[in-house]
Design a binder for this molecule. Structure first.
Ligand SMILES: [Zn+2]
Length: 403
């Protein structure tokens, strides 16, 4: 006996191999205790649906996908950077914006100054937009506090969001996001503080599911990144990396060397770096929202990623400076139009591979027996429509753990 039996549904299971999108037409899904217990063609059901489940859910021929996974966001922050957006479009230079107190330092200041209620309210609104489009799992990074108290506060708020909304939140400690003003010119001292004080505290408090660094010519060096990663390793926490967004800084290979869950951005990663990631099982997370918003021109080497069999995930990178994007469906469209992903690759990027990028591949990301019953019902005629439409939201219904 199932708790719930979904019938009259077309399933895009996103199981790899086999039919496109792992599709099962006129399918059914049996759910018990929050998990998928059975799925298959409706014709294979061993009796009338009413006799098999406490509740029968008629999907009205909707397409059903796994719950969507946004595996890279910076959802919790104070203020926004709309003023910089306007200054830039009115002709201001980066120097003028920096002199006016803009850039990441302005978000750090606004985040430190914001009350807990403000941070919760603004992040909840952004999260609400994602949930309305079928997101059931989201990663949220710290990295706008850059001091002990505010980094911890950001992570606590991220956890709170997961406790109060129907979504699994994975927290990532990103203390090494930028050098705060009080450490100006002393990046190494700041890295020591992050690696030896803030990170261990965050881990001891149970607030860090993973550790991330901004490894870039305008961020931290590979050597500084390794000091944070070594600390993470000692603490038994998996790592991920903001890698090769603006230059080939060796981030992809570094992430692979540490067995990272993911390396993210990777526009400039070399083929050798991509091959190393594929061999290490490190997922590549593509962030087309930032690419679009920053009007970047150097494409990630999607051909090499396919050739080496690197798993490609896709995320919003929702953040105030470079990707104020709160639509996972628009990320699908951007990935297809700009990066030339196939619609099936894009959907895999926000399901199967997004889950893998969070270390949740065994329990989430596909419609398979034994996995969590995180399911989204879409009023569409074919799965491609999720990536094709711009600004549409055909989400009809979401089940989180079967409910
Ligand atoms: Zn990011």
């Amino acid at each position: 006996m199932f708790d719930t039996l979904v019938v009259n549904a077309n399933l895009a299971t996103m199981r790899p191999g086999g039919a496109a999108y792992g599709a099962v037409r006129d399918g059914a899904i049996g759910i018990k205790a929050g998990r998928i217990e059975w799925l298959g063609p409706r014709a294979d059901l061993s009796g009338a649906p009413e006799g098999l489940a406490t509740e029968v859910l008629d999907a009205e021929r909707a397409w059903v996908t796994p719950g969507l996974v946004d595996c890279h966001t910076h959802l919790v922050y104070g203020g926004n950077r709309a003023n910089e957006f306007e200054m830039r479009l009115n002709g201001a230079s980066y120097e003028e914006i920096a002199q006016a107190g803009g850039g990441i330092v302005s978000t750090v200041r606004a985040t430190r100054d914001a009350s807990e209620n403000e941070l919760v309210a603004t992040a909840s609104a952004r999260l609400g937009s994602l949930l309305a489009e079928g997101v059931t799992t989201v990663e949220i990074k710290s990295g706008y506090g850059l001091d002990l108290a505010t980094e911890m506060r950001m992570l606590r708020i991220a956890r709170l969001l997961g406790d109060t909304a129907p979504v699994t939140v994975k927290t990532t400690f990103l203390g090494a996001h930028a050098v705060p003003v009080e450490y100006k010119g002393r990046a190494d001292a700041y890295i020591d503080f992050v690696a030896n004080e803030v990170l261990p505290d965050a881990v001891r408090a149970g607030l860090a599911d993973a550790v991330d660094c901004f490894c870039e010519n305008i961020g931290f060096t590979p050597e500084q990144t390794m000091r944070v990663f070594d600390s993470a390793k000692r603490l038994g926490v998996p790592v991920k990396l903001h890698a090769d967004q603006r230059t080939d800084f060796g981030g992809a290979a570094l992430a692979a060397k540490y067995g990272a869950l993911s390396a993210d951005h990777i526009e400039y990663s070399s083929e050798a770096g991509i091959a190393a990631m594929a061999a290490a099982g490190t997922v590549g997370v593509l962030l087309p929202g930032a690419y679009y918003f920053l009007r970047e021109a150097h494409m990630p080497d999607i051909g090499a990623m396919r050739q080496h069999g690197m798993d490609m995930a896709l995320a919003t990178d929702s953040n105030p400076g470079s990707s104020p994007l709160v639509s996972i469906l628009l990320a699908l469209n951007l990935a297809c139009t700009i990066f030339r992903l196939t619609p099936e690759e894009a959907l895999a990027g926000v399901t199967r591979n997004g889950a893998k990028a969070l270390g949740m591949g065994a329990t989430h990301g596909t419609i398979e027996a034994g996995k969590a019953a995180d399911l989204v019902f879409w009023r569409i005629g074919a799965p491609v429509e999720l990536a094709y439409a711009m600004g549409a939201n055909p989400c009809m219904k979401v089940l989180k753990s079967g409910v």
